[in-house]
Design a protein around this ligand. Sequence first.
Ligand SMILES: NC(=O)c1ccc[n+]([C@@H]2O[C@H](COP(=O)([O-])OP(=O)(O)OC[C@H]3O[C@@H](n4cnc5c(N)ncnc54)[C@H](O)[C@@H]3O)[C@@H](O)[C@H]2O)c1
Length: 242
Amino acid sequence: MRGQLAGKVVVVTGCASGIGQAIAEAVAAEGAAVEGVDRQEVRESQVADISDVGDVERVVADIKRRRNHIDALVNCAGIWASGTVVTTDQELWDRIFAVNVRGAFLMSRAVIPSLEARGGGSIVNIASNYGLVGGRNAAAYAASKGAVVALTRAMALDHAAAGIRVNCICPGTVDTPLIRRPMREMVPEEARALTASRLARHPLGRIGTPADIAPGTVYLISDGSSFVTGAVLPIDGGYTAQ
Ligand SMILES: NC(=O)c1ccc[n+]([C@@H]2O[C@H](COP(=O)([O-])OP(=O)(O)OC[C@H]3O[C@@H](n4cnc5c(N)ncnc54)[C@H](O)[C@@H]3O)[C@@H](O)[C@H]2O)c1
């Protein structure tokens, strides 16, 4: 069904790359007006660091001024870093939480009054399978994504009476620059071993593509999910079923 988001204004963070880019394209293909936000400059999006309160308030005020209303927010921008608690320095820990958790908080806080004024709306947080089960050598990242899952449920309860639904998607490994970048620094055998172990951990026998994540996001924004809130949806090839 095409056009299921016709007339809606949807803000998508992290729209310049990977999953956020696929979501922005899918949301636009369903008839929504997309307002992209990213720290990288791309066509028809706003440059902002979502961890910075001044940037967030500036871009959301600008969207409200130009569009008059906002119907949905997709908190997709995020960063990855490897490390155990022993090998992660404090600055990196704080940066991961600033983007992955504070960013979703600041964007939601700035957008929720517009959703309330509209009589309701939808927020979709992109968390991770690492927010549901442990992942080795990813202590800060996993902790930040666990926080996004908990934040989703807390927000779903706080804003249900205002008609605002808040859900999250937990992707498994998805082929994007986020996973390709660290692999470039590995020796070939290490990269091959990592690829093999990733395939083995996804029962469907492949890793995901950004296009695997976008339709679930469209569903959670659409009126077809009007009785869904506080849901945590793994889209992970079976990774967390084990
Ligand atoms: N790729 C995976 O395997 C995977 C798995 C589970 C969850 N996720 C999550 O999906 C989301 C998207 O990841 P991706 O794989 O598409 O990564 P990506 O690196 O391809 O894209 C992330 C985008 O977020 C933007 N961004 C990063 N920090 C920002 C900031 N401070 N302010 C504004 N924009 C910022 C980047 O510029 C980039 O365009 C992230 O939250 C990530 O944690 C990814």
